[in-house]
Design a binder for this molecule. Sequence first.
Ligand code: TRP
Length: 344
Amino acid sequence: MPATNRVFSGIKPSGDLHLGNYLGAIRRFVPLQDQMPCIYCVVDMHAITVWQDPADLKRWTYEIAAAYIAAGVDPEKSIIFNQSQVAEHAELAWIFNCVARMGWMARMTQFKDKAGKNSENVSLGLFAYPSLMAADILLYKATHVPVGDDQKQHLELTRDIAQKFNNDYATSIAANGFEDDFFPLTEPVIAGPATRVMSLRDGTKKMSKSETASDMATIYLMDDADTIARKIKKAKTDPEPLPETAEGLEGRPEAANLVGIYAALIDKSTAEVIAEFGGQGFGAFKPALAELAVSVLGPQADEMRRLVADPGEIEAIMRNGAERAREIAARTMQEVRSIVGFIG
Ligand code: TRP
């Protein structure tokens, strides 16, 4: 067993943050702070595995740090920083590139989805993406990683890399006086309703920050109250009223999505929401959802706008976070270097 539990998670600065990022990740970062030490990263090195305009990359990096803080991540208690500030991420990723197998990477569904038929023409970084993610996590020997369920496979690969490193270097790990489970086998923390928020225009597609079809499909964290209300009012639904039981949502993806969002925002189960709204039409439910969404997201959007308007405060927080992260990262890298047989 690793001596300490620790949380690590990260979000890529590759688009405007939306409700899916908030309900699936950011919101869940907050209560974990009372359970164990937490590290919340802006993974800018992951973002550039596909082209990013440098000005956008900076803006989105600030925006994510601001969202962490606005949601209630306490920068004194938890570590907030961006990945490229701590060079050890790249250093450990290289070693993991030499531990992981081509076949493991080639099986990653996220890679296959992103590369499509174009796999000869995507960046080498996109292929190696999961190895950098494993480095993010294992550099801090993190035991718990709150992520959306689309990241499960990457977490399994992180465990495979940890296990293979522990096995391949078992003799050297022992000779250097470390425990034989040098890297922990990290668990995903996937919980609660609406970890998967779907598009407001198509309940079978994930809400995304790269939605091109329609801006009405996505609620952005910086949207103002009127915009949020308008998007919810225009959200696609079916003609039936809400069912009397949660099971009645099956086969009704749009209704299930809106009820799931309501449940997540108010921290109740789907069944409790159905108990309240079952039998009512969307004409009654949508205004209630809009009001709830505005009351939860509005104050956070205001705080985000305040923070990004004058990034000095965010920069100071990230500089301090990076320093604290570097301390842990440097210790792990020193251990890894001696295990691998690097001199100096
Ligand atoms: N791959 C994650 C995503 O797309 C982002 C990420 C990078 C991450 N490194 C991480 C998440 C480490 C958790 C832990 O959502």
